[in-house]
Design a protein around this ligand. Structure first.
Ligand code: SF4
Ligand code: SF4
Length: 274
């Protein structure tokens, strides 16, 4: 069902919800990551060890709710935007949900937005109470005040429709194509924290293939092994140099196709020797 619709089912949500007692105590992360993919920034980012180390890079992340402080660091680094911070301890029938938000313009504290469910349907109007992480690497978090009984329905929001629609219309075709219209701080390789600005600088220094960018910056050498950033870097090189993207030399792929622990090779070696 999840793979057909892309929408988390109630059963899956139930499987990652902390106990009622923990939920009542204060903010916590809820990790809605249900697809086994080579990804682990969440586990590495948590300063409290609240997301268990993975045995295999394809494992699903596992939260230890009692160790989680709800700090939100993991939500800002998750490339899948799969982590939300929920606080059900506020009182007065209200709750707070912090949502990773990659779009511009960001809303401002005090704005009213349309809180929507996982399918994008309007659930309720909500007030923005905080916008955090704007100056850090990673995705800003927008915190909404919502009714307590709706907090697990709400997973995104829409700003004023006119504003959202008018943004691309204000930008001409030429401007959209213009390399400068891309924000320099936008992460292009989330695994290694490489931004558009980092890649642009390298291209302007003369590194114009995906492999060159990879070797000098490590972009594409993280857990996703360039599956996400490789085509984006090729596209960026094409925009900056004016070369058609199909003429940009792509990254070479060699085995292993996913990160493996050194013990894997040591075991293989032992088998050969015995
Ligand atoms: S919210 Fe903070 S403490 Fe909780 S899992 Fe994420 S990084 Fe760790
Ligand atoms: S960082 Fe996000 S997408 Fe990656 S494993 Fe963790 S929760 Fe899943």
């Amino acid at each position: 069902m999840l793979y057909e619709t892309g929408i988390v089912t109630d059963d899956l949500l139930e499987s990652v919800l902390p106990s009622p007692g923990r939920r009542a105590r204060g903010p916590y992360a809820i990790i809605e990551c249900f697809q086994e993919i080579p990804c682990n920034p969440c586990t590495i980012s948590c300063p409290f060890g609240a997301i268990l180390p993975m045995g295999d890079i394809n494992d699903l992340p596992e939260l230890v709710p009692d160790l989680c402080t709800g700090c939100g660091i993991c939500a800002g680094v998750c490339p899948g935007l799969a982590i939300f911070i929920v606080d059900e301890s506020i009182g007065d029938g209200r709750a707070a949900i912090s949502i990773p938000y990659e779009f511009v313009p960001l809303p401002a504290k005090g704005d009213t937005v349309s809180a929507v469910d996982r399918a994008g349907n309007h659930v309720t109007d909500a007030t923005v109470t905080r916008v955090s992480g704007v100056k850090k690497k990673g995705t800003p978090l927008v915190t909404l005040s919502v009714p307590l009984d709706l907090v697990h329905q709400i997973r995104f929001f829409q700003q004023d429709k006119q504003l959202a629609v008018s943004q691309p219309l204000m930008t001409s075709e030429k401007e959209r194509e213009d390399k400068q219209s891309l924000s320099e701080a936008t992460l292009i390789c989330r695994c290694e924290g490489i931004t558009i600005g980092d890649v642009r600088k390298l291209v302007e220094e003369g590194y114009t293939t995906v492999d060159e960018i990879k070797r000098i910056s490590r972009a594409g050498m993280g857990p996703c092994q360039a599956r996400t950033c490789g085509p984006l870097i090729a596209d960026l090189i094409a925009r900056i140099t004016g070369v058609p993207v199909e003429d940009v030399e792509p990254s070479a792929h060699r085995p292993p196709v996913k990160p493996l622990p050194i013990s894997f090779f040591m075991e293989e070696e032992s088998d050969v020797l015995t």
